[in-house]
Ligand binder design. Structure first.
Ligand SMILES: Cc1cc2nc3c(=O)[nH]c(=O)nc-3n(C[C@H](O)[C@H](O)[C@H](O)COP(=O)(O)OP(=O)(O)OC[C@H]3O[C@@H](n4cnc5c(N)ncnc54)[C@H](O)[C@@H]3O)c2cc1C
Length: 469
């Protein structure tokens, strides 16, 4: 072979890891180049630590509110350094399966260092030159820090350095009401901080159904989070004794910690994209529907492409990029309606079309079926009856999308994600028996109501009633 490797992958996060494992199993010689820590954002600064933090926060909340169940414990004592130690242990546990040694044992050529293109078939890593027939760029994203006056002179946190905190700020200001801002705001509030969240829009979670966002906003407020909507940040300044003032929407918010959570930006700099002739913009590396860049032998996947930025989406794209470059034929790899979840309490999990998207695309041929969690027995037994299941379907019953708001909503979404992605109908979901009591039976309930409703309308309804007379 005229190259060192069949495939060299730049970046060992979700996209790069999935791609490396798949290509190796296809018998290819694979290099996986990582500048920082194998595992990427998800393992080190994203999903894993945030979910471990939220778990500790939920335990604190359960202790605090257990009296309503007849289990009184009082105000919990939160040992924040111990919470952070456990988070680091959780990360290490998950990292063990993807450490360079573990990957080398799987046959992947892990190379530690920053890669930079020299031409379309070569990258430099330190003083090494590595050539490959194909390249896959999986360089991820970084926190977007907006140009707010005063911010660069003020100490602030992002999701990257948050995990190095040794103590929780007493008063934390969070800028941004997206998933990261909401999750960390609720976690910090429940662990003892007084949190103010400022958001330029008039709502949080802008990509979710409005009623889902309202439910989470109510829950955050009940926990004590001060939510300020319609409050674009005008300036930030730090005072003498560590105090921070954020001016937003014409009002000043005082705090002693500041978290900037206004989005993430694709990593396109410092990779030598220009040298290889790879087109890109600030939004990400330009790819076609099959993840191929403007250079024939180079693909890109995951957060660095822009658009949806989720671990499962990045992993899926990593696998699909390998499929498209190495196997005959090709498959589209940029699904427009993937599932996602925000892990606040209650969680918001969504898959497929929102109601607005469905109406825009299918006009009047759309039905909406909703069931409040108060009608789902498991939610009631678990004192978690806040939320709902909302399903959007076509008139013929085909599932278009669903939102589940409630405890463990992301697990309950599974059924809808499968139904939507495989073109199933409400009747299929209604007839698939689930174990009681679970949120799965709630899914079945909403599907059954919609199914029977469809069956008993119009001529078919009259016919069925006649047959059953
Ligand atoms: C706080 C937070 C919570 C999140 N929670 C969730 C969640 O609950 N569920 C979910 O699905 N998603 C979540 N995400 C998003 C998820 O973490 C990302 O979508 C996912 O990590 C993207 O994977 P990736 O492989 O594209 O990039 P990354 O995981 O970022 O990996 C990119 C890798 O490339 C390396 N790299 C960059 N440049 C070079 C170079 N030149 N040479 C070599 N290596 C390089 C980087 O060091 C990095 O390791 C969360 C994100 C954050 C920040």
């Amino acid at each position: 072979m005229p190259f060192d490797y069949n495939l060299a992958i730049i970046g060992a996060g979700s996209a790069g890891l999935t791609a490396a494992r798949f290509a190796t199993r296809l018998g290819k010689r694979v290099a996986l180049i990582e500048a920082n820590r194998v595992g990427g954002d998800c393992t080190w600064t994203g999903c894993v630590p945030s979910k471990a933090l939220l778990h500790a926060a939920r335990v604190a909340h359960t202790i605090r509110t257990g009296g309503t169940l007849g289990v009184r414990a009082g105000e919990p004592e939160v040992d924040f350094p111990a919470v952070m130690r456990r988070i680091r242990n959780v990360i290490e546990e998950i990292y063990a399966a993807e450490s360079p040694d573990a990957l080398r044992a799987e046959g992947i050529g892990v190379i530690e260092g920053r890669a930079r293109f020299e031409d379309a078939h070569t990258v430099a890593v330190g003083d090494r030159s590595i050539s490959a027939k194909y390249f896959l760029i999986c360089t991820g994203a970084s926190p977007f820090v907006p140009p707010i006056p005063g911010l660069s002179e003020t100490p602030y946190l992002t999701y990257e350095n948050f995990w190095r905190l040794e103590s929780l700020p007493q008063r934390l200001i969070v800028i941004g009401g997206g998933p990261i801002g909401c999750e960390l705001a609720q976690a910090c509030q429940r662990l003892g901080s007084s949190v103010t969240l400022v958001e330029a829009l008039d709502r949080i979670l802008p990509n979710d159904e409005p009623e889902a966002a309202r439910t989470v906003a109510e829950a955050l407020r009940r926990d004590g989070v001060d939510l300020r909507f319609g409050a674009p940040v005008e300036s930030v300044r730090s005072g003498e004794e560590g105090g921070i003032t954020v001016s937003a929407g014409g009002e000043d918010v005082e705090g002693d910690g500041l978290l900037v959570a206004v989005g993430r930006r694709a990593n396109v700099d410092g990779i030598g994209l220009e040298k290889a002739g790879i087109e890109h913009s600030r939004a990400g590396i330009t790819v076609d529907d099959y993840l191929r860049t403007s250079v024939k032998n180079i693909y890109a996947a995951g957060d660095c492409v822009g658009g949806f930025q989720f671990t499962h989406y990045a992993g899926y794209q990593g696998a699909m990029a390998v499929r498209n470059m190495l196997l005959p034929g090709r498959s589209r790899a940029r699904p427009e309606h993937p599932p996602w979840a925000t892990f606040t309490d209650p969680e918001v999990a969504h898959s497929g079309y929102t109601e607005k998207q469905a109406r825009e695309q299918f006009g009047g041929n759309v039905r909406v079926s909703t069931l409040p969690m108060e009608s789902v027995d498991r939610a009631v037994t678990d004192d978690a009856d806040e939320g709902f299941i909302k399903v959007v379907s076509r008139d013929n019953g085909t599932v278009l999308g669903a939102t589940v708001v409630g405890r463990n909503a992301a697990e309950a979404l599974q059924g809808w994600a499968i139904a939507g992605q495989h073109g199933l109908k409400m009747g299929d979901v209604a007839r698939a028996m689930q174990a009681y009591p679970s949120l799965g039976t709630g899914n079945q309930q909403v599907a059954w109501d919609a199914y029977v409703d469809g069956l008993t309308r119009g001529f078919m309804g009259r016919l069925l009633r006649w047959l059953a007379r």
